[in-house]
Write a protein that binds this ligand. Structure first.
Ligand code: URA
Length: 426
């Protein structure tokens, strides 16, 4: 077997056998197959795709490149959730505690943000003291005590994905549905929860820009998960507009806590209930209607907030932020953008707002960059709202940028609005 024959087969759309895919993944991970050959194969996959069977083989070979967690020490049924990433997506901090309050265990490993999308680990680190690098035994212990924990992904999980993803980022080979599927699913299968809910984001702020591609990715991930013996379901949710009104690390924790305090409703709340209900149904807790009622009660009763608070405390974080969100990091500088005339907001470009937030310091372009936890954007409207001239549209926050001109320009241009003539503003 050799890499050139494998590259040629994919180039000519000839199906690869399982052992050929294993040879490629293992050879690249160990350093025997060089970057240039792996890049050529990745580009052939981008152009010609892979069959379902090949995608399953690739995912399992990547999963098997490192540790696979043994979660048998966790007493309850384990449910993991993965979102394909978006702008303002703070659902993990809400649905993890909500599902745990309904009797399942939610052990989660997450990553840091890159580019315009945020990362759950960065958001959690904005809570003073919160430890994300927790050893497995302590992680399992926290999950057994509270039902929920999020830590950063261990370096021993999926080394193949780490190396291949870095190569894809520098060779223009990220946007391939089978490669995205194998990358995400290999990490999820290595975490090894009993059930897996996949939230495929679709829209301007997401990897998948069209409903067709989002559906394709969701269906493929679901098939791979089921082939690997998991209870697995994918649902597609909208990411044309940011999720909730806050974008940026501590601002998103604030919004998540406020939702668990019962103060936030709207699209973010509805999606959290839908995701939690699906996690519970996958875990066999009841029908979707019963699970929806359980999810609503978990938040309304304050049980989910108590679980988040206890988990933060066990991970060394300042859990008093669950009582008073003003204890989260606050930005030194703020800038308010006002409506230039009477307007109705018709759309928002989530990716552009993500970019504006990145300019304010909330995100990073390269892997090792520091970020400003207090930075971000708060939207003062919902789509369809009518705003009078000189009323605030959004507030920008930063502790590292005092000149807001570039971020404000991008944030303002992310909005699409209709000018209202006399009498149209109610
Ligand atoms: N997230 C991943 O982990 N991998 C991809 O390829 C894309 C998004």
């Amino acid at each position: 077997m050799n890499a050139v024959d494998i590259i040629n087969k994919t180039k000519r759309k000839i199906k690869l056998a399982e052992d050929e895919i294993k040879y490629l993944v293992n050879g690249y991970t160990s350093g025997e197959i060089p970057d240039y050959q792996m890049s050529a194969w990745l580009m052939a996959v981008c152009l010609n795709g892979l069959s379902e069977e090949e995608t399953v083989s690739l995912t399992l070979a990547m999963r098997d490149s490192g540790d696979i967690l043994d979660l048998s020490c966790i007493e309850k049924i384990t449910v993991d959730k993965h979102s394909t990433g978006g702008v303002g997506d703070k659902t993990s901090m809400i649905i993890g505690p909500a599902a745990a309050a309904c009797g399942v265990a939610v052990p989660k490993m997450s990553g840091r943000g890159l580019g315009h999308t945020g990362g759950t680990i960065d958001k959690l680190e904005s809570i003073g003291g919160y430890r994300v690098d927790v050893e497995f035994d302590e992680f399992a212990d926290i999950v057994n005590k509270t039902g929920f924990s999020i830590i950063s992904q261990s370096g021993q999980l999926c080394p193949a994905d780490k190396k291949i993803y870095a190569l894809r980022n520098s060779t223009g080979t990220v946007d391939s549905i089978p490669l995205i599927c194998a990358s995400i699913m290999s990490k999820k299968l290595a975490l090894n929860a009993d059930c897996l809910l996949l939230d495929v984001k679709c829209g301007t702020g997401a990897f998948m820009k069209t409903p067709e591609d989002a559906k394709k990715l969701g269906e493929l991930m679901e098939k791979v998960g089921i082939a690997a013996g998991k209870k697995c379901r994918a649902i597609v949710t909208d990411m044309n507009t940011p999720l909730g009104c806050c974008i940026g690390n501590s601002l998103e924790i604030k919004e998540a806590v406020e939702l668990l305090q019962g103060k936030v409703k709207g699209r973010l709340y509805d999606i959290c209930i839908e995701l939690t209900a699906n996690m519970l149904e996958l875990a066999g807790k009841g029908t979707i209607d019963e699970c929806t009622a359980m999810a609503v009660d978990a938040i309304a009763s304050g049980k989910a907030l108590d679980i988040l608070k206890k988990t933060i405390e066990l991970q060394g974080g300042n859990s008093s932020i669950c009582d008073d969100v003003e204890r989260l990091p606050r930005a030194k500088y703020t800038h308010v953008i006002y409506a230039p005339r009477d307007v109705e907001i018709s759309a928002v470009d989530a990716e552009e707002l993500g970019m504006a937030s990145l300019i304010l310091g909330a995100g990073r372009i390269s892997k090792d960059e520091e970020i400003d936890y207090s930075a971000g954007i708060v939207l003062e409207f919902e789509i369809g709202d009518k705003i009078s001239m000189d009323a605030p549209l959004m507030t920008l926050y930063s502790s590292c940028v005092s000149d807001f001109s570039e971020a404000a320009y991008r944030a303002y241009n992310a909005l699409k609005f209709r000018t209202l003539t006399d009498g149209a503003l109610t």
